[in-house]
Design a protein around this ligand. Structure first.
Ligand code: PLP
Length: 403
């Protein structure tokens, strides 16, 4: 029996999370075991992170090999894994230059700073305004919570960075009215994750592209959650047919090893001259070696083509459960970023579903109080999907009965 217990969280850690009562200790594929040996089906994927499941042998191998050769240098040097990963990311996307960070928030911080600096270099300090959208989420640094469209995350942390406007998502006319020559960037998640699993429309992103071009503003796609194969293409922008100027990626890029990256074109990257931005660990050899292995696996036709049938199986299962126990109005999102939206009678109770799922040995997520979110591994076996859905049916039945 482990001497480490959940009570220690309350004793030793800051209270900004409310973790579950169980402590997972081991994972393999889409299965996770807790301290008592109970085995869970993982429909959460560490919040869209473990896109290849837990302990993928090729990813473990890459980490082990790098761990035995070189862990860290500093920005006095570059290193082979960082250069290889940067090249792979450029070859696989619109990008020509990459900045490495350690998280999604840091990749976005770099993106927003670059957008401002680039506008400053070309047009002067007046062109600094950023347009973002309600319910968006971009990280927890002061700049990224301020660009994010959820006021609860900035409350009490002011004064906040200025010049940031929030508009309703998918509202073409609101964007048309708000954008101006003072706008340096429009920042959007092609599929909002934390904000309730809401997809942009193709028309909205297309118009955003046109308006950015007309106003010399940069279009920034935050693909921290929806990128790395989650929607069935390596990055979601490919599926929408709209190319951003800057793209941020993290989460599944390291499949659980902390890494983030900001991708952009060479002409924009030119504003990040020596000394303008940096990070001790950004481009760390361990993280970059892992991410290259992850990218090699995810960016293959087999893995990407596997997203749609898995989505279809999950969606059919959710519809069947809802037919028996009506609680939900729709299944939304794209690919394996799935939002199951509670109807009016059940609003506010997503967390209850998450907790009831744990009792059935199933991990799910929430996206706000009204949406149950699933973000499983992109290679979750069909058998695990089936077993997870059986557990989810028991979960929903239990919540139903308890009411
Ligand atoms: N951007 C999006 C779209 C996210 O979903 C998240 C995290 O949930 C972040 C940024 C922040 O990433 P991190 O927690 O790695 O800083």
């Amino acid at each position: 029996m482990s001497t480490v217990s959940r009570e220690m969280f309350d004793q030793f850690m800051t209270p900004n999370y409310a973790p579950a009562k169980v402590i997972p200790v081991r994972g393999e594929g889409s299965r996770v075991w807790d301290q008592d040996g109970r085995c869970y089906v993982d429909f959460a994927g560490g919040i869209a992170v473990t896109a290849l499941g837990h302990a993928h042998p090729q990813v473990v191998g890459a980490l082990e090999r790098q761990a035995k050769s070189l862990w860290h240098l500093s920005n006095v040097f570059t290193n082979e894994p960082a250069l290889e990963l940067a090249r792979r990311l450029c070859e696989a996307t619109f990008a020509e230059r990459v900045f490495f960070a350690n998280s999604g928030g840091e990749a976005n911080e770099a993106a927003f700073k670059l957008a401002r600096r680039h506008a400053y270099d070309r047009f002067g300090a007046d062109k600094h305004e950023i347009i973002s959208f309600h319910e968006s989420f971009h990280g927890r640094t002061l700049f990224t919570v301020t660009v994010g469209g959820q006021p609860k995350y900035t409350e009490g942390f002011g004064p906040l960075p200025a010049g940031i406007t929030h508009l309703p998502l998918n509202d073409v006319e609101a964007l048309r009215a708000a954008i101006s020559p003072k706008t340096c960037a429009v920042v959007v998640e092609p599929v909002q994750g934390e904000g309730g699993v809401r997809s942009c429309t193709e028309e909205f992103l297309r118009v955003a592209r046109e308006l950015c071009d007309a106003n010399d503003a940069l279009l920034v796609f935050d693909e921290v959650q929806c990128g790395m194969g989650r929607t069935g293409t390596l990055y979601a922008y490919e599926g929408f047919g709209v190319v951003p100027d800057i793209l941020t990626t993290a989460k599944a890029l390291g499949c659980g090893f902390p890494i983030g990256a900001m991708l952009t074109r060479a002409d924009i990257a030119a504003s990040l001259t020596v000394g303008t931005h940096g990070s001790t660990y950004g481009g760390n050899p361990l993280a970059c070696a892992v991410a290259s292995a992850v990218l090699d696996i995810i960016n293959t036709p087999e893995v990407l083509a596997g997203v749609a049938p898995r989505r279809a199986a999950i969606e059919a299962g959710l519809d069947a459960i809802n037919a028996k126990y009506p609680m939900f109005t729709e299944v939304r999102g794209r690919g394996l970023l799935v939002g199951w939206v509670l109807d009016d009678a059940w609003k506010g109770r997503a967390r209850e579903v998450l907790n009831a799922a744990l009792a059935e040995e199933l991990f799910v997520l929430v996206a706000g109080p009204d949406v149950v979110r699933l973000a499983p591994s992109l290679i979750i076996p069909m058998d695990d999907i089936e077993q997870g859905l059986e557990r989810l049916e028991r979960t929903v039945a239990a919540v139903y009965r308890a009411t």
